[in-house]
Design a protein around this ligand. Structure first.
Ligand SMILES: NC(=O)c1ccc[n+]([C@@H]2O[C@H](COP(=O)([O-])OP(=O)(O)OC[C@H]3O[C@@H](n4cnc5c(N)ncnc54)[C@H](OP(=O)(O)O)[C@@H]3O)[C@@H](O)[C@H]2O)c1
Length: 153
């Protein structure tokens, strides 16, 4: 009989881009380990579908969904406000969301999209959440794994 790994019990973990791929697998694994998981997704319907799958597979109902488009700095700030409204601590932040953009595109803030989503978004999110962590004096882990930044000129 498999044993349930509860080593993340009591930990609050935020995973960006949690509705697919590596982010979804990470959110599921954390939920299976007993963590409270805050999924950050850009599309509410796809996020809800993934959240429902994760709660069913993990048998952990402590899986929350916050909607944010990380290409928008206003959306990132709203995400942090919503998070702070509902949670007093954050123990783990996984900056997973990222995308590749063929050709030049600009964000609503007038920034090149790859730079905005893959670099500035994790920087701003981490910066805003660090302020919360320092206030609450919690020990935390921060992981940024969206290093798909094109190196071609
Ligand atoms: N797989 C690889 O071989 C590989 C290699 C190097 C780096 N990476 C990096 O690892 C991370 C995960 O990769 P993956 O293969 O799991 O990719 P994926 O399946 O495409 O997942 C990326 C996630 O990021 C989300 N996302 C993209 N832009 C967003 C935005 N503006 N706001 C909010 N969420 C946004 C996507 O949401 P939507 O579903 O709404 O688009 C999706 O949930 C990415 O950052 C990727 O660049 C992956």
């Amino acid at each position: 009989m498999p044993t349930v790994n509860t080593s993340m019990q009591g930990k609050i973990c935020m995973v960006t881009g949690a509705n697919s791929g590596i982010g979804k697998a990470t959110a599921l694994a954390l939920a299976q380990m007993g963590a409270t998981v805050v999924m950050v997704c850009r599309d509410r319907a796809r996020g809800e579908q993934a959240r429902s799958e994760i709660t069913t597979k993990s048998k952990n109902n402590a899986v929350d969904l916050l909607q944010a488009d990380l290409s928008s700095q206003q959306s990132i700030r709203q995400l942090v406000e919503h998070f702070q409204h509902h949670y007093t601590h954050l123990h783990v932040l996984i900056n997973n969301a990222g995308a590749a953009f063929p050709g030049r595109r600009e964000s609503v803030d007038g920034l090149e999209m790859t730079f905005a989503v893959n670099y500035l978004a994790p920087f701003l999110l981490t910066h805003l959440l660090l302020a919360l962590v320092h206030t609450k004096q919690a020990t935390s882990s921060w992981i940024t794994c969206n290093q798909r930044i094109p190196m071609d000129p």
